[in-house]
Write a protein that binds this ligand. Structure first.
Ligand code: BT5
Length: 240
């Protein structure tokens, strides 16, 4: 594909009132649609996080999936989403931080989550859930927050989407041209560095100090003076 033909994220946007999960919908159409196609739903009836965890998706939030067709599957694509969300939040005057590997937090609470899924050699679906004007279910209120709650007034969802698409395009381009530049920004935006964290992977728990995010996207952990690389996967990171 030559420069002039480069796909733009959001040229084609499929807007739905309701679907089970925009990631599922996007995976269903991915082979037939051009790269950059976006699926967005007002509400999801079965919004999901990693490992099939539940993602609360009532009306008012931004629930969307971007269909990408990179040359090869790269776990660092999740950071294209995290950085674009973080830049969008900054545009609205908020101070976001990335919680490796796939969350964006503001004021000590989760405001967005990213879920990438794909089929090797064919497509990657970059799912983004951002709490904008939606209510947060009571059981999540201790750990989750919305833009409306932080800013004190509802926001025009279209405007948030427009900023997000702008930043997604910018970061996807940087990712393709020079992923190390993207990773430098991830490092800058990652708020857990220097802190003690708990990594939970199935039954295995590791406690250590988060030292760095490496260029391949992994997290460097200092466990009692021993450095250990934690690969991006289905690990959860908690702050004790
Ligand atoms: C994630 O998973 O954070 C990825 C979430 C991706 C959601 C988007 S929405 C559009 C697209 N379509 C989908 O079906 N999914 C994507 P994970 O790291 O596993 O975190 C899940 C955990 O976040 C849950 O177990 C809850 O504790 C918490 N959670 C659920 N809903 C939330 C919400 N609305 N805001 C903040 N935290 C939430």
């Amino acid at each position: 594909m030559d420069e002039g033909m480069e796909a733009t994220i959001g040229t084609k946007v499929i807007k739905l009132d309701e679907t089970d999960s925009t990631n599922e919908y996007a995976k269903g159409i991915a082979p037939e649609v051009p790269e950059g196609t976006v699926v967005i739903a007002k509400r999801q009836t079965a919004g999901k996080g990693r490992k099939g965890r539940f993602w609360a998706s009532p009306e008012g939030g931004l629930w969307m999936s971007v269909i990408l067709k990179p040359q090869k599957v790269d776990p660092r694509l999740v950071f294209v989403g995290a950085l674009a969300v973080a830049d969008t939040l900054s545009d609205f005057g908020l101070a976001p931080g990335i919680k490796w590997p796939n969350d964006v937090w503001v004021a000590g609470k989760k405001i967005a989550g990213i879920l990438t899924e794909g089929k090797a050699g064919e497509y990657t679906v970059l799912g983004i859930g951002l709490n904008v004007n939606n209510p947060i279910p009571p059981e999540l209120r201790r750990d989750a927050i919305s833009m409306m709650e932080l800013i004190g007034t509802p926001l025009p969802l279209d405007r948030v989407l427009e900023r997000l698409l702008f930043h997604l395009n910018a970061w996807y381009r940087i990712f393709k041209e020079c992923p190390d530049i993207m990773m430098a920004k991830v490092r800058e935006r990652t708020f857990i560095l220097g802190r003690t964290v708990r990594i939970v992977e199935d039954d295995n728990v590791l406690i250590g100090r988060a030292v760095d995010v490496l260029d391949d996207g992994s997290l460097l952990l200092d466990i009692d003076g021993q450095l250990r690389r934690i690969l991006y996967g289905d690990v959860s990171l908690r702050i004790p």
